[in-house]
Design a binder for this molecule. Sequence first.
Ligand code: SAH
Length: 349
Amino acid sequence: MPQNLLGYTLAKLTEEFLGRGQSKYRAKQVFGWIYGKKIYDFDAMTDISKDFREVLKRDYCIKLPTIYTKQEAKDGTIKVLLEMEDGAKVESVLMPYNYGDAICVSSQVGCNMGCAFCASGLLRKERNLTAAEMMGEVLVMNGLLAEFGRHVTHIDVMGTGEPFDNYDNVLDFIKIANDPFALAIGARHITVSTCGLCPGIKAYGKEGIQINLALSLHAPNDEIRQQIMPIAKAYPFEKLIPALQEYSADSGRRLTFEYIMLKDLNDTLDCAKELVALIRDNHLFAYVNLIPYNEVKEKPYRRSDKTRVRAFADYLLKNGINCTVRKEFGGDIDAACGQLRSKQVGGKL
Ligand code: SAH
């Protein structure tokens, strides 16, 4: 089967082309066509010899996913359901911030983490996405933004799936996105979000790239966390905290704690107090991003009142913990994580 070039890091493609007797610049040239000129047709790559173009056409391809459905919200949010070559469908969302255009990329088809509040987990994992497919998500979005003279400037691997359950492909994808000869998206504009797979957290800190790590914390203690996140049983705080400390020591980077505010479950001042203590007592280098819950009709959880969210945020701030409340996008479309896909593909409960 022809290999999709969108999944190759520059290093891997250079090595591959060298093995075919090509010069070491050939891969950079091809990257220039794909990512610089947005040419996905080998015949148009005129500075590459005809003979090698024939090889490219025979053994490789440049394939983007196709758009299955597209929704646009009044605030400019674009949500697409993409179809991969084998028919698998994944969601990606474009969020127009005032500082740039951020894409929320899916990393797997479905998800096995089983978080109780999340719509993505309504459909179990079918398979990992390849690096080429994740890159395809970005290129499709760039195609939609081109007419406005815009392109994706920030990448959040926060869509469906658990990135550290697909570690190698996600890392290759990030390397390509970050490469100055490819998308050239600054490492600090790239964030990976994990539900807390400790081996992945520890390994990620040792990769030596300045990308951000967000941890889905959602609770200040094991009792509540285990109620809503099965992964917290495999990796309770006793294991998670040392992994986070190791990550910070290795990477020198500040962590983001994502904390969905769930009414009467984790949004009380007692929880805020516990959260402050957790961060302080363990010397965690982190800031907290409070997330308004996107209600999922199949789930019993409700979003916290705005006053609760404010009080929670104020308590953290007063106690010296940096904290923001996440801006919401796409209120008038199927905005909740995984909602569009489960509606289209048919979720089982
Ligand atoms: N598996 C990874 C990344 C995907 S989920 C992780 O768990 O971090 C990305 C973020 O969206 C996580 O913080 C997740 O908990 C959150 N999320 C899931 N469903 C949500 C919903 N309905 N409303 C708000 N945030 C949600």
